[in-house]
Design a protein around this ligand. Structure first.
Ligand SMILES: C[S@@+](CC[C@H](N)C(=O)[O-])C[C@H]1O[C@@H](n2cnc3c(N)ncnc32)[C@H](O)[C@@H]1O
Length: 211
């Protein structure tokens, strides 16, 4: 379990989003465009609730107590646990969000099988992450040893995550992207678009089969 930095520096993690306001705004916006308006949702690896609270998600699963405590103060119902073994009933949610968390899993395969189990038929999963094969993904991967939070992270490409999702049973995959940098000027555009390949941050949506 890779939670040490989050256990030790939960406030620093939470405050990072205030400093990087544009990145936060764009990531939140792209998830908002893909999240269902209705239904019972849950965020797995909900951290300090930075995303679940503004998205209207009421329940989170989080292994780090200090991170979970911050989220609970903001009103999130936080359940202690890990993505690879969810302490939750089968077929009890309409959607599951994983945001900037798959890179910390011991097994994304187990995590996606578990999210599949807790979803109702026709329910959906949303995975927000930095694409390893993108502008920011390359920088994060190359400089991860120097990062307090990402030192132990395993970054993934879109094709790797799409494959694991498909093998876990998810279908009808959809993609949206943001954090599109102009490489020459290093300027961040405020664009959001469908697909992948241009943006450093991608959200993949996948559906659990109805039968
Ligand atoms: C980068 S933070 C993201 C938090 C939140 N999703 C957000 O976007 O603000 C990663 C979180 O994943 C949690 N985490 C690490 N390993 C996990 C696991 N196996 N299952 C669930 N959460 C995990 C960490 O404790 C931390 O709170």
């Amino acid at each position: 379990m890779k939670t040490k930095a989050f256990d030790n520096f939960p406030d620093e993690y939470d405050i990072w989003f205030d400093k990087e306001g544009l990145i936060y705004k764009l990531e939140l916006k792209v998830i908002k465009e893909m999240v269902p308006e209705k239904g019972k949702g849950i965020e797995i690896g909900s951290g300090t609730g930075r995303f679940s609270i503004p998205l209207g998600i009421r329940i989170g699963v989080e292994p780090s107590l200090p991170m979970g405590n911050i989220a609970a103060q903001k009103g999130l119902d936080v359940i202690g646990g890990i993505a690879e073994s969810l302490p939750l009933k089968s077929e009890s949610f309409d959607f599951v969000l994983f945001n900037t968390v798959i890179c910390f899993f011991d097994s994304p395969e187990m995590a996606f099988l578990e999210s599949y189990r807790i979803l109702r038929p026709g329910g959906l999963v949303l995975i927000g992450f930095i694409d390893r094969e993108s502008y920011l993904g390359n920088i994060y991967n190359e400089e991860k040893e120097e990062s307090k939070f990402f030192k132990d992270a395993d970054f993934y490409s879109i094709s790797e995550i799409s494959r694991i999702l498909t093998e876990s049973g998810y279908g009808s995959l959809e993609y949206a992207q943001t954090l599109i940098f102009d490489i020459k000027s290093n300027i961040l555009s405020e664009k959001i678009s469908s697909g992948y390949g241009k943006g450093s941050y991608v959200v993949i949506k996948g559906y659990k089969k109805i039968v």
